[in-house]
Structures are given as structure tokens and as C-alpha cells.
Design a protein around this ligand. Structure first.
Ligand code: CP3
Length: 350
């Protein structure tokens, strides 16, 4: 236990220990919905921001200073280690991330490196050290990585995909090659999370965002074994592991079997049912529909109360959105959500 942390709610909730009120943060909490973030982005492009520790630190601290969140998350992107493996990524204004030369064959897989991560992405670890210093123990810091399956979808699809045809084609035409790519990515991710914890990350969240589009068998073969190894590595490093999927509700039993301490759910899964089934094994994070934040303050508060009520009494809940906050969310509404969670949750912890 890190004695220097003043607000331990988040770490306690990860371990299902009692807290005074429910901890809360927002996926993509440093983002375009904040004018202060836009001011940083007016000066530099997104990748430069990720690769400049002073700026990444500034972005990471914005929500801690402006929103009263209970935890900070490293400002970076899940595609940073993919670029370090040798695949060029470009962030476009409209389409999000794009890979100009997506993976099409075995030769391209062979060419990918499993980099010495501290040497290839030193800015990530420098940022973590700097953030920890500037936080001065106010709240803990989350580091993160994409899961191999989700990273492989980007490498093969070349961009954010609607139905994942390209990677699913590989599953059924060349599964051995897909496993070769997943294996190489797993080696990189394991190293990446270990190095983040060594630099000072106090929890690691694994984003397997797109694995929610998999059937049970597909998940079992192409994501589960790799995610499980990464979760084991995180736990070996001594910090809690959070696993997030968009649309993971049907896979819940398998997600719990990865060994993750916390399962982060989107808005389609009922927290009451999830807790009844697996609350003895894991803590849960989530799961407000991000569009609720388009509502007025009364609407936001009543939707927050519904989720708190669904989880019910006792520890093991970290409040969050079910996916990243949308860029056109009014800032005041994000603030109202955090305030509502803090004010309305005390009755569940008496
Ligand atoms: O949560 C945080 O505040 C930490 C920072 C963070 C970002 N991306 C910053 C970001 C984290 C944890 C991510 C993870 C990420 N990146 C995921 C998994 C989580 C999820 O949302 O599903 C995925 C799939 C990506 C890939 C990615 N990066 C996409 C699809 C996009 C474009 C989306 C968009 O809103 O335009 C990005 C860019 C990105 N990553 C932005 C931010 C703040 C917007 C960049 C900008 O300033 O223009």
C-alpha cells in the first residue's frame, strides 16, 4: 500500500475494501470536451502531445485539477506501442487513427519488432514519473495498454472498423498467422505494462475495446489467453488490473476468468446482475451511457442514482462512463456527474 496517497478511494474500491463514497473518473477524461485541452492541442498535434512528457503531464492533470476525479490516467494512446513495433500510425481529425500500411501478410508480421520498450517509448515512462511527482499523492495514477486483440484489429483493419471483416477473415483463413501477430504483440504489451508500473503507475487498465464483437469461442481463442498472460504480469508487478471491453456483457464469465481485479463494463450490462453473478470475485467499473451527459443536471443526477442503486451497498464499485466521454459533452455536465456520484453515494457505504 502506498502511504503517500491522500485519496485512496479508487485503490480501495479496486480491492473491494470499504470506502466513504464511491470513487469516480471518466474514460477520456482529458479530452476535447475541455477548453483547456483544446488550448494545448491548438499548439501541437495529438502524437506530439503524447510524446512530450511536459505536455502529457499537463493534460493528465487537467481533470484532477478541474473535475475532482478520484484518479488520474496517463495521457497517451493505446496505439503508441504499436508504432514502436514498427507500424506507422497517423491520427486524422475526422477518422481517428489510420495505419497507412496495414498488416496484410506474414512478411509484414515478421518485420514487426518486439522493441526494448524503455528505449523506444521513453516519453511514456518519463511522463509517468513526472505525473507522479506533480500529483504529490493527491490521487493515484492509472497506466494502460490496449489488449493484443484490439491492437491487432487496428493493425489489420487499418482504422477504426465497423464490423471487423478484415481481422475476422484472418481468424477463419489464417488463424496461425493471426496467433503469430497476437503473440508478438503480447510480448510487447507485457513489457510495456511492467515498465509502466516500474515508472510509477499504480493500476493498469487493459482496453480490449473491440473484443466485444467476438463470439464466445472467438474470444476464447483470439483474446482470452493473451489477455490472461498480461493480467498475470500486471498482478505480478503488484498493482490491480482493470479490464475494459465495449460490449463485454455476454463474455462476462470469461472476462472474470482472466484474473482481472476489476471489470469495466459498458452501459448495456445491468450492474445488479453482474454483481450478483461475479461480485464475490471482482470489482466493477462503469457504467453510465456517455450520452446521458447531454441531459440536464436533474437527468444526470437521476441516471447516476440509478446506477448507484443497481450496484447497491458496500465496496467494489468505481463509477465511470461505459465508454469514452464524447467531444461535444458540455464540461459542466461532466462536473455535475462527478458531484452527483460523490453526493449520492454516501448512503451506500454506511
Ligand atoms: O482516458 C484518458 O483520458 C487517457 C487517454 C486515452 C486516449 N485514448 C486519448 C485520446 C486513452 C486511455 C485512450 C485509449 C484508446 N485509444 C482506446 C481504447 C478506449 C476506447 O475509447 O475505446 C482506443 C480504441 C484508442 C484509439 C483512438 N485514439 C481513437 C479511436 C481515437 C479517435 C477518437 C476520437 O475521439 O477522435 C484516438 C485519439 C485520441 N486518444 C484522442 C484522445 C484524447 C483525441 C485526439 C485529439 O485530441 O484529437
Amino acid at each position: 500500500m502506498n502511504k503517500r496517497i491522500k485519496n485512496e478511494r479508487f485503490l480501495k474500491a479496486c480491492r473491494k475494501e470499504p470506502v466513504d463514497i464511491t470513487p469516480v473518473w471518466i474514460m477520456r477524461q482529458a479530452g476535447r470536451y475541455m477548453k483547456e485541452y483544446q488550448a494545448i492541442r491548438a499548439k501541437v498535434d495529438f502524437l506530439t502531445l503524447c510524446k512530450t512528457p511536459d505536455l502529457a503531464t499537463e493534460a493528465t492533470l487537467l481533470p484532477v485539477n478541474l473535475l475532482d476525479v478520484d484518479v488520474a490516467i496517463l495521457f497517451s494512446d493505446i496505439l503508441i506501442p504499436v508504432e514502436a513495433m514498427g507500424l506507422e500510425v497517423v491520427f486524422t481529425e475526422n477518422k481517428g487513427p489510420v495505419f497507412p500500411s496495414p498488416i496484410r501478410n506474414q512478411e509484414q508480421i515478421r518485420k514487426l519488432t518486439t522493441p526494448r520498450i524503455e528505449e523506444r517509448t521513453p516519453f511514456v515512462f518519463d511522463a509517468i514519473r513526472k505525473i507522479r511527482k506533480e500529483l504529490e499523492g493527491r490521487v493515484p495514477l492509472i497506466g494502460f495498454s490496449g489488449a493484443p486483440y484490439t491492437l491487432a484489429t487496428y493493425m489489420i483493419e487499418g482504422e477504426t472498423s465497423r464490423n471487423f471483416n478484415a481481422i475476422k477473415k484472418w481468424m477463419y483463413q489464417s488463424p496461425t498467422l493471426l496467433h503469430e501477430l497476437l503473440e508478438k504483440t503480447t510480448t510487447t504489451v507485457m513489457d510495456y505494462v511492467r515498465a509502466q508500473v516500474e515508472a510509477g503507475a499504480e493500476t493498469i487498465q487493459i482496453f480490449d475495446t473491440w473484443a466485444g464483437a467476438l463470439s464466445g469461442d472467438e474470444y476464447q481463442f483470439f483474446s482470452f489467453p493473451y489477455t490472461k498472460r498480461i493480467i498475470a504480469e500486471i498482478k505480478k508487478s503488484g498493482v490491480p488490473a482493470i479490464l475494459y471491453l465495449n460490449g463485454g456483457g455476454l463474455l462476462l464469465e470469461r472476462l472474470v476468468a482472466t484474473g482481472a481485479d476489476v471489470i469495466s463494463l459498458d452501459w448495456r450490462t445491468d450492474l445488479r446482475i453482474a454483481r450478483e453473478q461475479f461480485g464475490n470475485k471482482v470489482a466493477f467499473q462503469g457504467n453510465l451511457e456517455p450520452c446521458v451527459l447531454y441531459g440536464d443536471s436533474g437527468t444526470i443526477r437521476s441516471e447516476v442514482k440509478k446506477i448507484l442503486e443497481k450496484f447497491g451497498k458496500g465496496p467494489g464499485h468505481i463509477f465511470n462512463l461505459g465508454h469514452g466521454i464524447l467531444p461535444d459533452t458540455p464540461f459542466e455536465n461532466a462536473k455535475e456527474m462527478i458531484r452527483a456520484v460523490h453526493e449520492e453515494s454516501a448512503i451506500y457505504h454506511k
